[in-house]
Design a protein around this ligand. Structure first.
Ligand code: PEP
Length: 254
């Protein structure tokens, strides 16, 4: 049985003081009753020290939205995995479509980062997903399977530690959510690809999220699908009540 994982991607929103307040509100809203769902927030890197202090001792994990693949050195402006670990981060989002589009990250870049994250003990949340043009051209399966194979190449036994987020680019921040059937179809295809790469046992254990305009109103139906093991949430993660609503939906969708 895979434990559902709901992660908030705050993107480039919230100053350190705003992030501190939001993290505190989310922690207060969730309370201290053990949660059936693994809950993660990913604020901007500069907010991480403040969020780390607020979330210490809570059941909410936190992580970054990106990192560099080298552990240290002359790479001006970058953040390394050991720096995140030192702050108590346990996760890092990698290969988000905004990074692939605006910062030209390739599957090979994501693969290097994924290996570095795993080597440092972080759980990578690796994002894949097709554009509308690719979907309309009937290329969704090839595109997504290719991203999974490229981004997660040569991980060996560590493949099982990765979380994958299927995020159709056309659904991110658009208010246009994939139907539960569309999301399930691609999450199942990702699981089949993982089985080809690392065997059926590994594929059964890897958590595969859906992301793209998920909200409390549509979350339960999406996460009730057999291959959807949680959500990566953008806009709705910026308000404690909507984020908590999605977590409650994930718990109810089991
Ligand atoms: C995201 O950016 O990962 C995302 C899913 O955004 P939104 O929920 O706003 O579509």
């Amino acid at each position: 049985m895979r434990r559902k994982i709901v992660a908030g991607n705050w993107k480039m929103n919230k100053t350190p003081s705003e992030a501190k307040a939001l993290a505190a509100e989310i922690a207060a809203t969730l309370g201290s009753e053990p949660c059936a769902v693994e809950v993660v927030v990913c604020p901007p890197a500069i907010d991480l020290p403040a969020v780390s202090a607020v979330l210490a001792g809570t059941q909410i994990g936190f992580g970054a939205q990106n990192m560099y693949h080298e552990p240290k050195g002359a790479f001006t402006g970058e953040t390394a995995a050991p720096m995140l670990v030192d702050l108590g981060a346990k996760y890092v989002i990698l290969g988000h479509s905004e990074r692939r589009t605006y910062f030209k990250e390739t599957d090979a870049d994501v693969n290097k980062k994924t290996k570095a994250a795993l080597a440092a003990g972080l759980t990578p949340i690796v994002c894949v997903g097709e554009t509308l043009e690719e979907r309309d051209a009937g290329k969704t399966g090839d595109v997504v399977a290719g991203q999974v194979r490229g981004s997660l190449a040569d991980l060996g036994a560590d493949l099982v530690k990765v979380v994958i987020a299927y995020e159709p680019v056309w659904a991110i921040g658009t208010g246009r959510t994939a139907t539960p059937e569309q999301a399930q179809e691609v999450d199942a295809l990702i699981r089949k690809t993982l089985a080809d790469m690392g065997g059926a046992d590994v594929a059964e254990k890897v958590r595969i999220q859906y992301g793209g305009s998920m909200k409390p109103e549509n979350a339960k139906e999406l996460m009730a699908k057999p291959d959807i093991d949680g959500g990566l949430i953008g806009g709705a993660a910026l308000k404690a009540d909507s984020f908590a609503g999605i977590i409650a939906a994930a718990a109810a969708a089991k």
